[in-house]
Design a binder for this molecule. Sequence first.
Ligand code: WQD
Length: 351
Amino acid sequence: MKMEEKLVLVTGGAGFIGTHTVVQLLKEGFRVSIIDNFDNSVKEALDRVKEVVGPALAAKIEFHFVDLRNKDDLDKVFAKSKFDGVIHFAGRKAVGESVEYPRRYFDNNLIGTINLYEVMAKYNCKKMVFSSSSTVYGQPEKVPCVEDTELKAMNPYGRTKLFLEEIARDISQAEPDWQIILLRYFNPVAAHESGKIGEDPKGIPNNLMPYIQQVAVGRLPELNVYGHDYPTRDGTAIRDYIHVMDLADGHIAALKKLFTPDFKGCVPYNLGTGRGTSVLEMVAAFEKASGKKIPMKLCPRRAGDATAVYAAVDKAAKELGWKAKYGIEEMCRDQWNWASKNPWGYQGKKA
Ligand code: WQD
């Protein structure tokens, strides 16, 4: 199928996963419209995307400074362009912040998405790739996590993802002409090989890899290791870290699946490597890739953390023809390349 005529709307396209997916969409020949309100991203990230793809493909990007909670503004975007499909990233995603400000998470993540469904239906655009998360597995009893495992959420952020999956299933049940794919990311890390785009969290990072990165560049003094008495090979918790470029390619595979006539309904897929890595193993791999020593402080477990979470990967391989290509070494190499070139992220060191 010829992609160049297809126009895809990417909500949250200035964010970490969004920017990397936009780069891959353009390389695959899609035209791209981006919606972002820069709530957790910056315009500089889009300028960098244009540098990465070059002027010819950059000309195929349209940007709308829109908050999904403003339904009128969102309607204007759909009134202007006929979208063939939507990749929906926009949403807040920090577990700790969601515990502190649950109303902000329900407002932003739920209201924004419900508006999106309403406006998509009005303009008869019914193909959606939705950014879900392994957090819907809660503290899995069994690993690897299989897609039809019982779902439960451990925090308001996870609950928004779970609620939005249920909303997608209900819409698809009531209106069979919707085609929806739910992508459950495990732990996204790393950066584009150019080192021009990467994750740039605001404030002190919640997640492991951006935190390690900031210790490596000297922005933070040491890494707190949350828990070293887990029943694992080295006592630290295990996660399925996945390269953001693998994640981006997973979205392309899902989008192409939506354009195939045989795809029906609302279907979840794990996007993981199927391999687990402990905190200490990740630190060692990053030290090797960066040549930097990461000072650590062993601390008590973090509330809500699971011992081990990693993906069953057969379903995405079989039905999307997608599997992760990169291992921990490449993830640390690319994370360090981004960090060393952008020690203070997109905006540089605050004066
Ligand atoms: C990983 C491991 C921590 C920080 C969350 C969301 C998930 C996804 C990724 C959005 C854990 C340990 C961490 C630190 C540490 N987000 N750690 N010191 O909690 O697995 O997943 O982020 O899609 O949905 O649930 O990721 O990177 O916070 O933690 O020891 O400073 O690293 O205890 O074992 P998590 P994480």
